[in-house]
Design a binder for this molecule. Structure first.
Ligand code: ASP
Length: 345
């Protein structure tokens, strides 16, 4: 891919170490999220939703629920909002449909569940949890996953529930852009925009991202991680990204939980979520060291995106190599931190 573009990105991350134990961390997708392209209203709407998601997960934890239930509560809020590329706000495929993917993993016993390419499940994270808890499988896809979910009383909706004018417009823009790229003899770099310090084409490509994810640590010390997405705008051939793939988009063990967002193909090839856990387990890296190393590797390869990670002691790390990532976390005493842009923006 375009290494020369990516080499100019600085890896950005925030971390909150031990003194303030974090119990829940969430993301709402990474991409070219720049303050100058945001209205105050839009920014406030994202912040309010991220806050609501954190609060919902936190309320579950303080009510004594498990980390899986906290992840589910937080992801529900984002799946039910049209702001994020998951559930209600899922992006369009090339065929003008929605195909959603989701996964969940529980760290204590390494149980996991996932669904891929579903179009009628209101909250795909619920179906992933049902696969984990009520089947002997890890991943179900398409019609079979929908049939299983219905049997487990997961809420099914007509696929028209996911339609939206905003997302349809986004699809048209991406399609127009891709057509013009093809028309221009393979020169896909676009114009260099000095003010954005990147090629305009990336602006379009990054619009394809926007997955949601959550990692929680419950009062019993158990971690869980979950991810839910509509995938990438204009995807075709029933393409499936990293989000429902355990080890790529989602992973949890007794040490750490991870949820990723970004260009899924790269996250699959680098087995990103598991790589963080492996570096912590085998190389005894801290969460900060492991996540930085993994994102550096992604950047070197040309894979854009970010991840959220939470370890068993409540340390959090949220690195990304895009301009921004919707993200936030809540500590044991209920203090919420929300960020959208990198620290320099
Ligand atoms: N990782 C997702 C995918 O490739 C997209 C995203 O994170 O926005 O399907």
């Amino acid at each position: 891919m375009r290494f020369y573009i990516l080499s100019i990105f600085i890896i950005m991350s925030i971390s909150a170490q031990a003194q303030d134990k974090v119990v829940l961390v969430i993301h709402g997708g990474a991409g070219t999220i720049l303050k100058k392209n945001m209205t105050e209203e839009k920014e406030a709407a994202y912040e309010a939703k991220l806050r609501e998601a954190l609060q919902a997960g936190y309320d579950a934890l303080t009510a004594g629920k498990t980390s899986v239930q906290a992840v589910q509560s937080a992801i529900h809020v984002m799946e039910d909002s049209p702001l994020f590329n998951a559930g209600k706000g899922a992006v369009y495929t090339n065929d003008e449909t929605q195909e959603m993917d989701a996964s969940i993993m529980r760290g204590s016993d390494k149980q996991a569940g996932a669904v891929a390419g579903v179009s009628t499940i209101k909250n795909p994270i619920d179906a992933a949890i049902a696969v984990m808890e009520k089947s002997e499988h890890v991943m179900l896809a398409g019609k079979g996953a929908e049939e299983f979910a219905e049997k487990q009383r997961v809420t099914i909706v007509d696929s028209s529930y996911f339609k939206s004018d905003v997302r349809l417009k986004q699809l048209k823009r991406v399609q127009d852009h891709e057509k013009s790229v093809l028309d221009h003899d393979g020169d896909d770099r676009g114009e260099f925009d000095e003010s954005e310090n990147e090629f305009n084409v990336d602006y379009i490509e990054d619009k394809k991202f926007g997955t949601v994810g959550a990692v929680a640590l419950d009062s019993a010390g158990n971690l869980a991680a979950g991810t839910s997405t509509g995938g990438m705008t204009n995807k075709r051939y029933h393409r499936i990204g990293d989000s429902p793939i355990i080890g790529a988009g989602t992973y949890a063990n007794e040490l750490v939980g991870v949820s990723c967002t970004g260009h899924g193909e790269f996250f699959i090839r680098n087995v990103v979520a598991y790589d963080v856990a492996a570096l912590m387990e085998y190389s005894e890296m801290t969460i900060e060291e492991a996540t930085q190393r993994v994102i550096e590797k992604q950047t070197e390869m040309g894979g854009k995106g970010g991840l959220i990670a939470l370890d068993k002691d409540g340390n959090v790390s949220l690195p990304f190599n895009t301009a921004g990532m919707y993200r936030g976390y809540i500590t044991e005493n209920g203090k919420i931190t929300i960020e959208i842009y990198d620290h320099q923006d």
